[in-house]
Design a protein around this ligand. Structure first.
Ligand SMILES: NC(=O)c1ccc[n+]([C@@H]2O[C@H](COP(=O)([O-])OP(=O)(O)OC[C@H]3O[C@@H](n4cnc5c(N)ncnc54)[C@H](O)[C@@H]3O)[C@@H](O)[C@H]2O)c1
Length: 327
């Protein structure tokens, strides 16, 4: 039985907890403990998950001392990611770390190096790679089902995030802004689908903190690719991801949480696998451990490269869209 402890029990940890509750039916895993410095987190999670039975800690060393854990699932604020993951790898745990890997390539490299020196599994939660809609897109691109991609547009719009306490997401030093928190998903996806762009050109707005909305043009020889992220929308808007990819023989649109393929005369909704991305991400991570599988879909090297590309995008935005060479 693999015993799991979550470190940081806020918003995204709720989705992780829900996933463990489902996955325990089919895998030898058990979420046994969680650590959060804020007691309100335990009340919130109990409310969201019908009073789940886990041991609660305010101090991580206390949790490690009292429990015999195999996996540490880190859902802490971003500025704590690298130090926390390093500590857990050095202590011999398998580590699932929420995205982003870190707030700079310099600190993320330390983590990448540490992950290559351990026999434990380390993975960063670039969850989009596991969402059925994006997996469908990846498959039809690879299989060239509708020919070559001509243009691709990715969007992630969000109300301004709000967290209890100091609202760390609006502190650029702690979150990296919308660039490292939200845009990262599509930047990572663009690399996953199309490989490395030759260059990027980006613009950003600094309204609430820094890099609160970012649009990036990814330069490829044979297609046009653009992504936009913006977290300056009003609360009643909520959150909405979207993509539109135009192929030689079809246009594929994911909007309002539904997927459609538009052909010459008609459109249809393709049949895709059911299930939530976070659940599939954690299932993949667990199978890396339990089945000894090779990580082909979401390697730490890829998470690291995405951080490097975000830095390139930031450099371009700092020079108002100047083309910055990537490969
Ligand atoms: N994959 C996704 O789609 C997705 C979505 C949201 C957030 N995230 C990522 O997850 C991470 C957490 O984001 P969130 O939205 O859940 O934040 P959050 O503020 O809701 O949760 C963070 C939790 O960590 C706790 N915490 C802070 N410092 C601590 C410490 N030293 N020890 C123990 N607990 C501590 C806080 O009290 C809080 O409960 C971020 O890096 C974010 O980028 C990913």
């Amino acid at each position: 039985m693999l015993k799991v402890g979550i470190w940081g029990l806020g918003l995204i940890a709720k989705a992780h907890v829900a996933a463990y509750m489902v996955l325990k039916e089919n895998y030898p895993i058990k979420l046994v403990a969680a650590c959060d410095t804020d007691d309100r987190a335990f009340a919130e999670i109990a409310l969201a998950n019908n009073a789940i039975d886990i041991n609660k800690y305010n101090d991580i060393d206390e949790m490690l001392k009292s429990e015999s854990l195999d996996i540490i699932d880190i859902c802490l604020p971003t500025s704590l990611h690298v130090e926390a993951a390093l500590k857990m790898l050095q202590n011999g745990y398998h580590v699932l770390l929420e995205k982003p890997m870190g707030l700079s390539s310099a600190e993320s490299l330390k983590l990448l190096n540490a992950s290559q020196k351990t026999d434990k599994v380390f993975m960063v939660g670039q969850c989009l790679r596991f969402y059925p809609e994006y997996q469908y897109l990846k498959r039809i691109i690879e299989e060239k089902q509708y020919g070559q991609v001509l243009t691709a547009y990715f969007e992630r719009l969000s109300m301004t995030p709000k967290r209890r306490g100091e609202n760390w997401l609006l502190n650029y030093e702690k979150s990296g802004g919308c660039l490292f928190d939200v845009h990262i998903h599509d930047v990572d996806m663009v690399r996953y689908l199309f490989g490395e762009p030759k260059a990027v050109s980006a613009q950003a707005n600094h309204v609430l903190s820094r890099y609160d909305s970012v649009n990036t043009r990814f330069i490829y020889d044979d297609k046009q690719v653009v992504a936009l992220a913006d977290w300056t929308l009003k609360p009643s808007f909520g959150f909405k991801p979207m993509f539109r990819v135009s192929f030689e023989q079809a246009t594929v649109i994911y909007d309002n949480y539904s997927l459609r393929v538009y052909k010459e005369k008609e459109f249809f909704t393709p049949t895709i696998e059911k299930g939530k991305g976070i659940e599939k991400e954690i299932e993949y991570f667990i199978e890396l451990i339990t089945k000894g599988r090779e990580n082909t879909e979401n390697r730490p090297e890829d998470s690291f490269k995405t951080i490097e590309l975000l830095e390139c995008i930031r450099s371009s935005a700092d020079e108002n869209g100047k083309l910055v060479l990537w490969v």
